[in-house]
Design a protein around this ligand. Structure first.
Ligand SMILES: Cc1cc2nc3c(=O)[nH]c(=O)nc-3n(C[C@H](O)[C@H](O)[C@H](O)COP(=O)(O)OP(=O)(O)OC[C@H]3O[C@@H](n4cnc5c(N)ncnc54)[C@H](O)[C@@H]3O)c2cc1C
Length: 408
């Protein structure tokens, strides 16, 4: 039995390793278009690889979440932690359930998987892009010449092209006449209308909401990063996949810049300062509460001169400033492109794939896993959790489908 795994990323390598660990007689070859496998892993978690999240469950994912069920219940985070520890990789849980290698280096994950591939005799064929898949009666033919009994599409999504992922999976699926949900960037920043360059580099803890036609689509609290194009940071990245599906006619991000205080308390704090220090300027009023550039921009929006003395600022103007701090509405015109995204929203849908096996409904022994599936996780290790779990479930399915399960 020959299995061709297309794409030597997280899900493809998890699948190959799991196949060979369970049955050494299966011939497994991984085809990778880049000069090396697992290149993206080196960049994950800011070079530390947030390998999974102990809290990972359906609620942390979007898209065809029905496809997650079997993979996550058979291979939950704890099971993937065991999988890696059994290969010699020590892991540690950090804040919010995020799990990282104890070494603090993503390269540990890559090295452990590479040495596992070597000891299991997994053929790693790099610099080889698979451009076509044909199916005849008994087997698949890749690029018109590579024969395989089973094929795994693990070639990722469209995000972060520099790691080899430029929508190759979707071209292969379209070539096989398999429907996909059109891919859009997810886990990226959003572009705002006429955003001030002076805010570039500012960071502030905010409660962030995504609103369309007056309806709130998503909210999250966390550190927002201000850029010259708009805003980013984890809470913004989390909503970007939803924003990307908008027509951008009436889409806003609303920022509560002081989320731990209510509007009345902020106003009374400002009124107290005004009472005690009437000679202070508006700029001085804000410098103790917000980053300076942010405070100055809010004063501009409220048409309050930054050098105005507090005694000359009417109460209504201070109320307006307070309201803006609690709900600055920013018009969004686009989401940043795939080159800046960490994942893809879209891909093969539940109409085309069995959730129990991740096998195509149209082609027996064709499997699709990882980011090529219409499933995208939130920040925090969920995307890799899906990659490992889907890869491992796929390996089990191939063995079962082809009567290759070995008795234990
Ligand atoms: C900067 C960055 C940081 C991230 N950090 C994290 C994190 O800390 N935690 C987390 O959970 N997720 C993180 N992610 C997301 C996570 O890395 C991906 O969701 C995950 O790697 C997807 O796994 P995959 O196997 O589906 O695809 P990938 O890991 O993307 O691998 C796909 C592979 O297929 C190859 N390929 C593509 N087309 C072909 C073809 N036609 N023929 C042959 N080979 C092909 C590609 O070169 C690539 O090597 C991050 C992503 C980025 C970009």
């Amino acid at each position: 039995m020959k299995v061709a795994v297309i794409g030597g990323g997280a899900s493809g390598i998890a699948c190959a390793v799991s196949l060979k660990k369970q049955n050494k007689s299966v011939d497994v070859a991984v085809y990778e278009k880049m000069p090396r496998i697992l290149k993206k892993i080196l960049a994950t978690g800011n070079g530390r690889c947030n390998i999974t999240n102990v809290c990972s469950s359906e609620e942390y994912f979007r898209g065809s979440v029905g496809l997650l069920k079997t993979a996550l219940s058979k291979y939950p985070p704890k099971e993937n932690i065991r999988f890696f520890e059994s290969m010699g990789l020590l892991l540690r849980e950090e804040a919010q359930g995020r799990v990282y290698p104890v070494s603090g280096q993503a390269s540990s994950v890559v090295n452990v998987l590479l040495s596992q591939c070597k000891s299991l005799n997994i053929e790693l064929i790099t610099d080889t892009e698979i451009k076509s898949i044909e199916k005849n009666e008994n087997a698949f033919l890749l690029n018109g010449k590579i024969r395989a009994d089973a094929v795994v599409i693990s070639s990722g999504g469209s995000a972060a092209k520099s790691f080899g992922t430029d929508g190759g999976s979707f071209r292969l699926l379209k070539g096989l006449n398999i429907k996909i949900v059109p891919p859009v960037p997810a886990l990226t920043g959003v572009i705002a209308e006429k955003f001030p360059k002076s805010l570039k580099g500012v960071r502030n803890i905010c409660a962030v909401s995504l609103e369309e036609n007056g309806k709130t689509l998503y909210t999250e609290k966390g550190e927002v990063q201000f850029n010259d194009y708009g805003v980013s940071g984890i809470p913004v990245m989390q909503l970007s996949g939803i924003a990307a599906r908008s027509d951008f006619k009436n889409l806003f991000v609303r920022l509560d810049l002081l989320p731990d205080m209510d509007e009345a308390s902020i106003f009374s704090f400002f009124a107290d300062i005004k009472g005690s220090y009437p000679e202070k300027s508006a700029e001085e009023l804000l410098q103790g509460t917000l980053p300076k550039a942010l405070g100055n921009h809010l004063l501009l929006l409220c048409k309050i001169k930054k050098d105005s003395q507090l005694k000359n600022i009417p109460s209504d103007a201070l109320k307006g400033l307070t309201a803006l701090i609690k709900g600055w509405k920013i018009k969004i015109t686009a989401v940043r492109g795939f080159e800046f995204a960490q994942t893809t929203s879209g891909g093969i849908d539940s109409d085309e794939l069995y959730a129990q096996t991740l096998m195509s409904k149209k082609y027996r022994n064709l499997y699709v896993i990882g980011e090529a599936v219409n499933i995208d996780g939130l920040c925090g290790g969920h995307n890799l959790q899906w990659a490992w779990s889907s890869g491992r479930l796929c390996a089990d399915s191939i063995l079962k489908e082809n009567n290759l399960v070995k008795d234990k």
